[in-house]
Design a protein around this ligand. Structure first.
Ligand code: AMP
Ligand code: MG
Length: 476
């Protein structure tokens, strides 16, 4: 990974370019705040009455995770279209339906190296009673045959070469014996044997891919076959990431004197990439409203702005105030889940500003709220329709308990036990313990109103790591 901005210098989020696709993310440009080119400048005057966007009246608190998700997904909509090179379109989502302007294969062609023949000549051919034909010409792959196969004749042919007129089957080389310009045929082929028919894959005018299709390797190969070197897909959301706190340093910084590394910037950026988004880094804001707002302004041209920390109720938690002063309409603050209660969500409304997620500062809370709310929003913006992780029912190998009230997401490891999947906690579930997140292949959904899940009970698990389904031995 490229190094982060040492001084947290403001960075201008890039848009979905090829360069960004190549993984160049942490641009550490000048410390100046970029001018808003297309969006109205928000008014920020600390201590002034001329402050817009004081919208806290509308803020809902203490929502259930389901209610919060519904609000997030109402606000997140699929981004517009852009044209990208087909070979860079892996995992992107088509905004166009693709209709074939050609047939595939374009002409009848041979599936084997051998001889193009007329079956009427070979009615009685067998290994014991071979039939001799005269080899009158040869067709190489890519060549257009300009002669016909006449009765008593054969054409030498190679895989992929067009079938010459007159021929109606191909005999494999292994079923023949060549002698000069004669070939003896040892089998009686069926009509069309070893011939790949023109259009058997795709016919002219076939609708091959629909808008909304996710492009995997086969779709990309198909687009190439249809002559499409570029393709229209949904843009990828740009996400500006801000960390906040006087205690934070970059990973190569000095942690003496109670400082800690701003790991959230790293985990959040990785989660963004995982969801098909393009993260940029706004650096670490010290705990002053001026610095938080200055850095936030640098993220206003992104599709999404994420800040972590400072959205709680501490004396130095200024993020909420800053958001309101920058014209962010907060839709909710606080979700009844653990870890991750202090999640704020809204939108900078002026001229269609970015969606705003104020994530909690604790490393697991930040990741968990991203996982449950930001990830589905980003996937929706990329045009995807399936927004959620695979869900399985897993059998608990140990008892879990909690206070009723909030929904808990329990970090679990998963194992196979015959046809069943078993789950067990990865250890200390505190919201600051990232270690138990590193081993979590799944997140067990411990419903809000229950307080005990007994060993042997089944629970729903969101599968984070589908590597679990990969096998160590081949299936054959
Ligand atoms: P706060 O929301 O500012 O009260 O932060 C809650 C906890 O999260 C504190 O222990 C912070 O030190 C920690 N924290 C805040 N920001 C980050 C970050 N970017 N990376 C890692 N930990 C953080
Ligand atoms: Mg803080």
């Amino acid at each position: 990974m490229c190094s982060l901005a040492r001084d947290g210098g403001a960075v201008e989020p890039n848009h979905a370019t090829d360069e960004a696709q190549s993984g160049e993310v942490w641009r550490t440009g000048s410390a100046s705040v970029p001018r808003w080119k297309s969006r109205k400048k928000a008014e920020i005057r600390w201590g002034s009455s001329r402050v817009r966007g004081l919208t806290s009246r509308a803020v809902k608190t203490g929502l259930t995770p389901a209610a919060a998700l519904e609000i997030v997904l109402q606000e997140a909509t699929a981004l517009g279209s852009e044209t990208v090179a087909t070979d860079r379109a892996r995992d992107r989502v088509l905004t166009e339906g693709v209709t074939s302007g050609r047939q595939l294969p374009p002409a009848d062609n041979s599936a084997m190296d051998g001889y193009a023949v007329r079956i009427a000549d070979l009615a009685d051919a067998s290994r014991k009673t071979p039939v001799d034909l005269s080899v009158t010409f040869e067709v190489a792959a890519g060549a257009v045959p300009d002669r016909s196969v006449e009765s008593g004749q054969a054409a030498r042919i190679f895989t992929g070469a067009a079938i010459p007129s007159g021929a109606d089957a191909v005999v494999r080389q292994e079923d023949t014996a060549r002698d000069g310009d004669r070939v003896s045929i040892h089998v009686c082929p069926a009509a069309g044997e070893h011939v790949r028919e023109a259009g058997e894959d795709v016919r002219l005018g076939d609708r091959v891919l629909e808008a909304g299709a996710v492009l995997g390797p086969a779709e990309i190969g198909m687009l190439a076959s249809l002559g499409r070197s570029v393709v229209a897909v949904h843009q990828r959301p740009t996400v500006a990431i801000l960390s906040g706190g006087d205690e934070l340093v970059e990973p190569d910084g000095d942690i003496a004197g109670g400082r800690i590394v701003s790991s959230n910037s790293y985990s959040i950026a990785a989660q963004c990439r995982d969801a098909g988004a393009l993260p940029t880094y706004l650096g670490i804001a010290r705990d002053t409203p001026e610095e938080i707002s200055r850095r936030m302004l640098a993220g206003m041209r992104s599709d999404v702005l994420i800040s972590s920390a400072g959205v709680s109720v501490g004396d130095r938690d200024y993020v909420r105030d800053v958001l309101e002063k920058l014209g962010c309409t907060l839709r909710f603050w606080g979700v009844e889940m653990k870890p991750g209660y202090p999640l704020a969500f809204g939108r900078f409304d002026a001229a269609g500003g970015p969606l705003m997620f104020g994530l909690p500062g604790n490393p697991v809370s930040a990741m968990m709220t991203f996982e449950q709310f930001v990830r589905p929003a980003l996937l929706k913006m990329t045009g995807r329709r399936r927004l959620f992780r695979p869900q399985i029912r897993a059998r608990l190998t140990e008892r879990l308990s909690k206070k009723p009230g909030r929904l808990h997401f329990v970090r679990v490891d998963l194992d196979r036990d015959g046809d069943e999947v078993t789950a067990r906690s990865t250890g200390n579930q505190s919201s600051g313990v990232l270690r138990s997140m590193t081993r979590a292949r799944g997140l067990l959904v411990f419903p809000a109103d229950s307080s005990v899940l007994e060993a042997g009970e089944y629970a729903t698990v969101q599968v984070l790591d589908t590597d679990f389904f990969n096998a160590e031995t081949p299936a054959f």
